[in-house]
Write a protein that binds this ligand. Structure first.
Ligand SMILES: *Cc1c(COP(=O)(O)O)cnc(C)c1O
Length: 365
């Protein structure tokens, strides 16, 4: 029997790549998501043909028809991951297989084409390899954004018959402004992010579109991020707009809301659970209500709260604002357990701490 040959990714180098001095200037304190590398990967999928036309090429705008399905019905998914430059110059990714798997799950939920995990990984690796000069050292990293959208010109309401998968990359520094050891969050009592049976567990652009009004409300209240409560009872804490959340209790244990289908299954979340358990800490995946959080912060039962995700890694939540007032957690700064887990995770990601679970994926030169 013939096994199908894996799709080759053709390489068409940028005719005028950015000179090294210019790259160095742009790597100096880049604003998150504004500076992009020279190349992108594109792979097309058409019903009947499957995946084809895979290439690394100069980054350029797409030409899409005004009737392009994604513009009308928002069939779009994405991933977020980072490439790090270790002290020895080795460039690595963190658990990229998990992103490849989650991308397939998101695609299935949104009735989109199934991208093989090995092709996802090769696409990401090809972009990091060709744009390796753009991977910052020190605390910076190269943020990778694989995404897929419905590219069929058709206004009928059904799953599209054409998709484009693409990977772009941007060098980034810390997600939140430096000098801040903890962020302030806004608890939205009016808007929810995801409902049972909905798309909360898929990494789709539509979830973000629905969350922006709450983010605007958070900014208006001087907060950095939104905390969403469950859609049914507006009682249980789910997650932030783009990060999962953990609570550190006074007995030293950690609690994080369970993956109920309305929460995005974060790779950082899963890694923190494993790391904390290896460190001898108890981690419970259990519902936490807003009242428990507020009362626990007041009584000292909740000693720390932190958010986690690829972009912001591990970030302490120092103060909480809501329609009924405001409270702070601990002394309002980064707590001890938060700091310990952040240092451990970033140490593994950057090759400074041993990687016992095989999470670090070295990018071939
Ligand atoms: C991406 C994302 C996260 C974090 O996932 P990681 O895999 O840890 O980066 C959490 N919540 C939402 C809504 C997300 O989109």
């Amino acid at each position: 029997m013939n096994t199908p040959r894996p799709l080759e990714i053709a390489v068409e180098r940028h005719p005028n790549p950015t000179p090294a001095a210019e790259i160095a200037a742009r790597l100096n304190n880049p604003v998150f998501g504004r500076v992009f590398t020279d190349h992108m990967v594109t792979i097309r999928w058409t019903e009947g043909t499957g995946w084809h036309d895979a290439k690394v090429e100069a980054r350029r705008p797409f030409q899409i028809d005004p009737a392009c399905a994604v513009l009308h019905y928002a069939q779009e998914i994405f991933e977020g991951m980072k490439a790090y430059r270790g002290e020895n110059g080795q460039i690595s990714l963190f658990r990229p297989q998990e992103n490849a798997k989650r991308f397939r799950n998101s695609a299935a939920r949104m009735s989109m084409a199934d991208l093989p995990e090995e092709l996802f990984l090769r696409a990401v690796e090809a972009l990091v390899d060709i744009d390796r000069a753009w991977v910052p050292d020190g605390d910076g990293s190269l943020y990778l954004r694989p995404f897929m959208f419905a590219n069929e010109s058709f206004l009928g309401v059904r799953a599209a018959h054409e998709y484009i998968f693409c990977v772009i990359a941007c060098p980034v520094g810390p997600y939140f402004k430096t000098g801040k050891s903890a962020v302030t969050v806004w608890v939205s009592d009016q808007y929810t992010r995801a409902a049972p049976g909905g798309t909360g567990a898929a990494k789709c652009g539509g979830n973000y579109a629905a969350s922006l009004i709450a983010q605007t409300e958070a900014s208006a209240h001087g907060c950095d991020q939104v905390v969403f409560l469950d859609a049914a009872q507006h009682r249980w804490i789910e997650e932030l707009g783009g990060m999962n959340v953990f609570f550190v209790l006074d007995d030293g244990s950690l609690v994080t809301p369970p993956l109920s289908g309305t929460i995005l299954p974060g790779i950082t979340r899963a890694s923190i659970i494993e790391l904390a358990r290896k460190e001898g800490l108890t981690v419970n995946e259990a519902p936490v209500s807003f009242d428990d959080w507020r009362e626990g912060a007041a009584s000292g039962r909740v000693k720390e709260t932190f958010a986690c995700g690829t972009a912001a890694v591990v970030t302490a939540i120092g103060s909480v604002r809501h329609a009924g007032g405001e409270f702070s957690i601990g002394d309002g700064g980064e707590g001890e357990v938060t700091r310990r887990l952040r240092t451990l995770l970033t140490g593994i990601q950057r090759g400074k701490v041993a990687d016992p679970a095989g999470w670090v994926w070295n990018v071939k030169a």
